[in-house]
Write a protein that binds this ligand. Structure first.
Ligand SMILES: O=c1ccn([C@@H]2O[C@H](COP(=O)(O)O)[C@@H](O)[C@H]2O)c(=O)[nH]1
Length: 277
């Protein structure tokens, strides 16, 4: 079995460091001429998949916009996940789940276990209950070759009051999360391989402001939202992420999706061109 970290490394080598978000906001559905229901959401997601497969390393459905449509939205998402697998593109479920260990394992079973109808390549999780609370999800992910991205320094401006707060040793909350994630499995890893447990580090704040020291983060991959619509510039990815840049997957949703069904392929290509190969 190939680990998620290694599958991500291969996808980035083949297709570059862009991830396209599948965020069927009501306003986008309207501008695409689609109905604001599960059918519209599924058509939207399928069109994004067709345009992204073979062009970018991964897609990232935002679950909120499927959940809006209840059970029918989930059924649509199950089919989208299956089609992503058939198309051979990595799919990161933006679920942002977090809870006590026994419950987080339930979430991991739902989103990562291959027998689940929602089985994704990776999911986003929150460490607000402590990185240790994620241990069952981490163990399950490693057992089934899936991945996790742990929120560390998110792209929204409100995050600073919590994530940049400093403890007695001077480290920020973001850096405590990042250090604990980096320590997972460190030493057991083959040199040059990527970890299957990554971090979410938004593109809207310099790493230093969040107290993050990239040289401490070993082989951890990064999922980086905040480019495009939120103001981050893809051309500045290398400068922003420094030594982490090679392992950073830049995620863009609205700035690509706003191009509509006829323009999305071109928009993806334009965004890719802003990243160096
Ligand atoms: O720190 C974070 C974590 C996740 N997100 C999610 O990424 C996309 C961003 O959408 P854009 O349209 O490219 O702004 C969205 O699904 C967020 O929930 C984030 O923005 N920041």
């Amino acid at each position: 079995m190939i680990s998620f970290g290694e599958r991500l490394r291969a996808a980035v080598a083949d297709y570059g460091r862009l991830c396209v978000g599948i965020d069927p906001h009501a306003a986008l559905l309207a501008s695409w001429g689609l109905s604001d229901d599960a059918r519209g959401v599924e058509k939207f997601a399928d069109a994004v998949l067709v345009s992204a497969a073979g062009r970018v390393a991964a897609v990232k459905p935002q679950l909120a916009f499927f959940e809006r449509h209840g059970a029918a939205g989930y059924a649509a998402l199950e089919r989208v996940i299956r089609r992503a697998r058939e198309a051979g593109i990595l799919l990161i479920a933006d679920a942002k789940r977090g809870d006590i260990g026994s419950t987080i394992d339930g979430y991991a079973e739902a989103w990562l276990e291959p027998s689940s109808p929602l089985a994704s390549d990776a999911m986003t999780v929150s460490a607000y209950q402590g990185v240790g609370s994620l241990a069952p999800a981490i163990e399950r992910a490693e057992r089934v070759g899936a991945g996790l991205f742990v929120l560390a320094a998110t792209s929204n401006p409100e995050s600073a009051s919590v994530q940049h707060a400093r403890g007695d040793d001077g480290r920020t909350v973001a850096s405590i999360v990042a250090d604990e994630v980096a320590a997972l499995g460190a030493g057991a890893r083959v040199a040059g391989t990527w970890s299957s447990v990554g971090l979410v580090i938004g593109a809207t704040t310099p790493l230093a402001d969040a107290g993050l020291e990239p040289e401490r983060l070993g082989a951890v991959p990064v999922l980086a939202p905040g480019f495009g619509h939120q103001g981050g510039r893809l051309a500045e990815l290398d400068a922003l992420y420094g030594p982490l840049a090679e392992r950073t997957l830049a995620s863009v949703s609205r700035s690509v999706l706003a191009a509509g069904p006829d323009g999305i392929q071109h928009a993806i290509d334009t965004h890719r061109a802003e990243l160096r190969p």
